[in-house]
Design a protein around this ligand. Structure first.
Ligand SMILES: Cc1ncc(COP(=O)(O)O)c(C=O)c1O
Length: 363
């Protein structure tokens, strides 16, 4: 195999034959196809190794591997956007990095430094830049993840860890326009408790939400709207999105209590809303307050925020036998403005006064 050494001393083992021809860029399905390469780094004897970029492919694991049994596994989700033949944009990678390290601390996984994270990612993007799709709304989804790799059945933190970054070209989230999602609360399950792992991006949080999500879908709703685990009345978040309410002209977002994932899109929404002159309240908000606002006509918009869809309008909420409808079946003006501004920066059409965009020169 041909080995290259980059200026940053990352070793690259390039593929012999690219799989780019296998990608149907007109019909991209989320997370099905992957780019040619991946970043790999191992932690052993108290230190991370130098990252290596290798061909994407199966990896060898042992049946006793810690993360398979005890779930010591964490991840991030971010995107790269095509701007032109020379430029790819990453959106707020340093905040994703911070969240990865915060998650790592909670899950007893060793942290890494920003240089290692960003250099590995940039080199991967440069090498696989042709996998970044070009059409409006498309992106290269980036999945950094770390799992415990001790070959030992012991319910305690592993001493060995593996870090990977894989990437996948993904299609436009809204090929036929914005379809508002419908949400339901659930009396049977909770997502996270304060003091638990809700604010960490760790595998088990998602596994535990699959059954409630399936039941919500069987009942005709897109996703579960999670309420707090203790009093079951304060709104927390949705499957893979944070949630925001426009009541009169105030933007209300559930405050980060420790059981909610601190979304990077959420943070961007709050910043933009403030800078546009909106009153923004990060506070506890009950499901009853939202239903009352709907009844008295002050609930203007409800939308979710997350890396996958950026902004998702919510059209219907069900709670304990009652349902409210929000808006007219289309995305609201405020949510649309946020969507246009954030995606505008991501694709390089709108100026970024915040330093959220991290350009990568690929040529
Ligand atoms: C549980 C959960 N909440 C919220 C979000 C939104 O976070 P972000 O805006 O950083 O993608 C995600 C997605 O990462 C998530 O998995």
């Amino acid at each position: 195999m041909n080995e290259l050494m980059t200026s940053s001393r990352i070793k690259i083992e390039p593929v012999q034959n690219s799989k780019i021809h296998e990608i149907d860029f007109d019909n991209l399905v989320f997370g099905r196809k992957f780019s040619d390469h991946m970043v790999v780094m191992e932690y052993e004897n108290g230190a991370w190794s130098t990252p290596v970029i290798k061909p994407y492919g199966p990896i060898e694991i042992t049946p006793a591997m810690n993360s398979l049994h005890y779930g010591q596994a964490i991840f991030e989700g971010m995107k790269a956007f095509y701007v032109d033949e020379e430029t790819i944009h990453l959106f707020r990678p340093e905040v994703h990095f911070e969240r990865l390290n915060n998650t790592a601390r909670r899950m007893c996984i060793p942290e890494m430094d920003y240089e290692t994270f960003i250099v590995g990612l940039e080199e991967l993007i440069k090498l696989d830049h042709q996998f970044v799709p070009k059409k409006e709304g498309t992106a290269l989804y980036i999945r950094p993840f770390i799992f415990a790799s001790d070959d030992l059945l012991a319910a305690r933190s592993s001493n060995k860890f593996s870090y990977y970054i894989i990437t996948s070209p993904v299609g436009a989230y809204y090929p036929e326009g914005f379809n508002p999602v419908s949400l339901t609360t659930t009396d049977n399950y909770v997502r996270a408790v304060v003091g638990g792992t809700g604010e960490a991006k760790t595998a088990g949080n998602y596994a535990a939400s699959f059954l409630p999500a399936r039941e919500a879908q069987e009942a005709g709703y897109t996703q579960v709207l999670w309420l707090d685990a203790k009093e079951r009345k304060y709104i927390e978040e949705v499957g893979t999105m944070n949630i925001h309410f426009l009541i009169d002209d105030v933007v209300i977002t559930p405050e980060l209590t420790g059981s909610i994932l601190p979304g990077i899109t959420r943070r961007s929404v709050i910043q933009l809303a403030k800078d546009w002159g909106y009153k923004v309240e990060e506070r506890k908000i009950t499901i009853d307050e939202v239903f009352e606002a709907s009844e008295n006509g002050s609930l203007k918009e409800v939308f979710g925020s997350g890396t996958a869809a950026v902004i998702s309008p919510v059209g219907r909420i069900h709670h304990q036998g009652k349902t409210i409808n929000i808006g007219t079946g289309k995305i609201g003006d405020f949510a649309k403005r946020l969507f246009d501004e954030i995606t505008g920066m991501q694709y390089g059409r709108v100026e970024d006064p915040y330093g959220w965009i991290h350009p990568v020169k690929v040529q």
